[in-house]
Design a protein around this ligand. Structure first.
Ligand SMILES: Nc1ncnc2c1ncn2[C@@H]1O[C@H](COP(=O)(O)OP(=O)(O)OP(=O)(O)O)[C@@H](O)[C@H]1O
Ligand SMILES: [Mg+2]
Length: 434
């Protein structure tokens, strides 16, 4: 691109070359939200919306890898909205100009692909796990949204639910080679070691919770086991500290009799170096909370309550990112197999998510941001109009009592499109070998 003119606040200047623009970005004088004009565009638009300028803002590292940010989305309790959040979050980041890959890392019950309207993914994680594909980049699938790609999980494949150590290492290594600015890991429910380890490797650790006692209890438990695993790892060279961390009173999944603060005090008495590492680990461990399916303002208080408990008992700062309303439109979007931000961009839930991404996750505030957010929402709405309307039911098997798996299937949804058809070959193979 040539002869670019720039506008920062109300000040216009230019023309500048791409190299000069790059320098301005690096010295912080020009941001992706600021406007550009060129003869070919013929209007002032935010620089982040100009495809040719993307590399100016998302500079790759010298080794050719993307400077990616990994987001992990976890819960504790299942069915709280991790997958529907991940898919709409992916759309949100992609429509802001980032290159995004969503990874279905729920190895036991993959279903992110169905949220994106893909019934039978061409490749799944199974192709990588079974060594048929060497790299994760080879199993990345396109989605109907520009800049948004995904890796589909291998639903129902025995063995994958609990990958072996070397498979896990290979996965983590490959994850870092993915060609994306943002990677979103949609994790499975529960506190299995794999889920915990994927959660811990992420740059942004997001917990989705609903305002119900079981969900809150399990979210707290999940944060606790993740923290203890991280502390064990960081303190592995300090046997006295490890002994203190191994106490039953902190590890049993019942009422906490000892707080992390108590353990910290004990460690301080035994080993000053371990104490310093302990403290740094607590400061660095900053999970983020999203409250989903909120029905009223009393529900929002649950977010505040768990924040207090996590700080008191675990000495950890849990950042509250925001909430998403309980909204019938989300359920309809699930049935339409579309991310809700595209199926119902004007819905309460979509608006909540918009605010949550821009303000909570990306930290954008202020008047300029309000205008920008409006423009972005319009952009998402135009995407929603263009998103292909697929007649999913036309080719899909309909879920009914005639199905062999009726009564046993966790995705059973009588009258809806079957969500597990792609498992047929796996299940048939299993049936033949058992
Ligand atoms: N904000 C919401 N409003 C209304 N319904 C919602 C909302 N969020 C989630 N749901 C409902 O909860 C269901 C489960 O959501 P989702 O599959 O995303 O949960 P999950 O945490 O990924 O589950 P799992 O632990 O099985 O992976 C959705 O199909 C939808 O019906
Ligand atoms: Mg899920």
């Amino acid at each position: 691109m040539e002869n670019l003119f720039l506008k920062v606040e109300d000040r216009e200047f230019g023309p500048v070359s791409l190299g000069e623009l790059q320098n301005l970005v690096m010295e912080g004088s020009f941001a992706r939200e600021d406007s550009v004009w060129s003869e070919s565009i013929d209007e002032w638009i935010p620089a982040e919306n100009v495809v040719e300028l993307k590399n100016v803002f998302y500079k790759k590292e010298g080794n050719g890898h993307y400077k990616q940010k990994i987001y992990a989305v976890a819960s504790g309790k299942g069915g709280v909205g991790k997958t529907i959040f991940s898919s709409s979050f992916g759309v949100g980041l992609a429509t802001m100009g980032q290159e995004v890959i969503m990874v279905d890392a729920d190895f036991g019950g993959a279903n992110l692909h169905t949220c994106m309207g893909i019934l039978e993914p061409e490749f799944t994680f199974f192709d990588f796990y079974s060594l048929q594909k060497d790299s994760l980049n080879e199993i990345v699938l396109p989605t109907p949204v520009d800049n948004l790609k995904m890796i589909s999980g291998a639903c129902g494949t025995l063995g994958i639910a609990n990958p072996k150590y070397f498979q896990k290492q290979r996965f983590v290594r490959e994850l870092k080679k993915l060609h994306a600015d943002s990677i979103i890991l949609d994790l499975g429910a529960g506190s299995g070691y794999n889920t915990i380890d994927f959660f811990l490797l992420a740059d942004e650790k997001i917990i989705v919770m609903t305002p119900e006692p079981t969900s809150i209890y399990e979210a707290f438990g999940f944060i606790k086991v993740c923290l203890i695993r991280e502390l064990n790892r960081k303190l592995r060279k300090f046997p006295a500290a490890l002994e203190i961390l191994a106490k039953d009173e902190i590890n049993k999944p019942n009422k906490i009799k000892l707080t992390i603060g108590d353990l910290l005090n004990e460690v301080e008495k035994k080993d000053k170096a371990a104490y310093e590492i302990f403290k740094t680990t607590l400061d660095g461990f900053r999970p983020k909370l999203i409250l989903n399916q909120v029905k009223n303002s009393a529900d929002i208080k649950e977010g505040k309550a768990i924040q207090g408990a996590v700080l008191d008992l675990l000495c950890v700062q849990l950042d509250f990112l925001g909430y998403i309303s309980d909204d019938q439109k989300v359920k309809e979007a699930v049935r339409n197999m579309k991310p809700f931000i595209l199926d119902a961009p004007g819905s309460r839930a979509a608006q909540d998510l918009t605010a949550l991404i821009r303000v909570g996750l990306l930290g954008k505030k202020g008047f300029k941001e309000i205008l920008e957010r409006r423009r972005w929402r319009k952009h998402v709405e135009s995407f929603a109009r263009e998103y292909p309307e697929k007649d999913l039911l036309k080719n899909a098997t309909i879920c009914s009592q005639n199905c062999f798996y009726w009564g046993d299937c966790e995705y059973q949804d009588g009258g809806g499109a079957c969500r597990v058809r792609h498992m047929e070959p796996v299940l048939t193979e299993l049936a033949l070998t058992t």
